[in-house]
Design a protein around this ligand. Structure first.
Ligand SMILES: Nc1ncnc2c1ncn2[C@@H]1O[C@H](COP(=O)(O)OP(=O)(O)O)[C@@H](O)[C@H]1O
Ligand SMILES: Cc1cn([C@H]2C[C@H](O)[C@@H](COP(=O)(O)O)O2)c(=O)[nH]c1=O
Ligand SMILES: [Zn+2]
Length: 197
């Protein structure tokens, strides 16, 4: 993984986006970058949308249970109010935020804060998951991470929903979603019995 070449200690306003499918390591990468900032004695705060209660109410938790304390918020505006006098802001599950999040990230970065945002680039239908496309567009740096396709071992690019539910927002993990490569995803959504086949 490429690291910030200016080092962690210089205060530098910027937006970094970590995106990809489910199980691709977005949360692990977010936690890794935030820990490094903490080693550099920077003041770090981490937010996630309050609706993300999958593993914990108060922690950001990766699929293999690495975790770090965070502040759950109900809107992007709350981040602005709570992120005073900090050097680094981390935001997980950004796809669940409102469309005000890109403006909030820009305001923070323009005032000298390093903002690191992790989120799903696409929903289970393969449609860009707002506000991630706008965040990618305004970011200084975008890292796309990949899970392993559980059917063939190639790099996964999509999160296939394995249960019949058409709601865009549906919390879940391996019982409800599987990371698939493009070829396996196309096969999966055209399988007889698949909700979108
Ligand atoms: N198919 C898979 N490909 C890669 N990692 C997987 C897979 N299934 C489970 N994992 C686990 O998920 C971890 C990544 O979890 P996490 O950082 O929470 O991902 P994300 O936030 O992108 O969903 C990996 O380190 C690995 O332990
Ligand atoms: C594809 C997709 C996912 N979700 C949910 C499922 C999980 O709770 C999160 C993603 O978490 P991860 O850290 O990236 O594994 O999002 C959803 O609500 N809708 C979808 O289309
Ligand atoms: Zn595959």
């Amino acid at each position: 993984m490429t690291d910030n070449l200016t080092g962690e200690s210089r205060r530098q306003g910027r937006i970094e986006v970590v995106c990809g499918s489910m199980f691709s390591g977005k949360t692990e990468e977010l936690i890794r970058r935030l820990r490094r900032a903490e080693f550099a004695k920077q003041k770090v705060v981490i937010f996630k949308p309050a609706i993300d209660t999958r593993y914990s109410d108060k922690d950001v938790v990766s699929h293999d249970r690495h975790k770090t304390r965070c502040t759950p918020v109900n809107s992007s505006e709350e981040i602005l109010l709570l992120a005073e006098d900090v050097d680094v802001v981390g935001i997980d599950e950004a796809q669940f935020f409102d469309n005000g999040l890109p403006d909030v990230c820009n305001l923070l970065a323009n005032s000298g804060v390093r903002v690191i945002v992790a989120g799903l680039d696409m929903d289970f239908k393969g449609v860009p998951f707002e506000p991630m496309p706008a965040l990618c567009a305004i970011a200084d740096d975008v890292t796309k991470v990949h899970a392993i396709c559980v059917r063939c071992g190639a790099l996964a690019y999509a999160s296939h929903r394995t249960v019949a539910d058409e709601k865009r927002v549906m919390l879940g993990e391996t019982a409800e979603y599987e990371p698939l490569c493009r070829e396996c995803y196309q096969k999966a959504i055209h399988e007889p019995g698949n909700a979108r086949g």
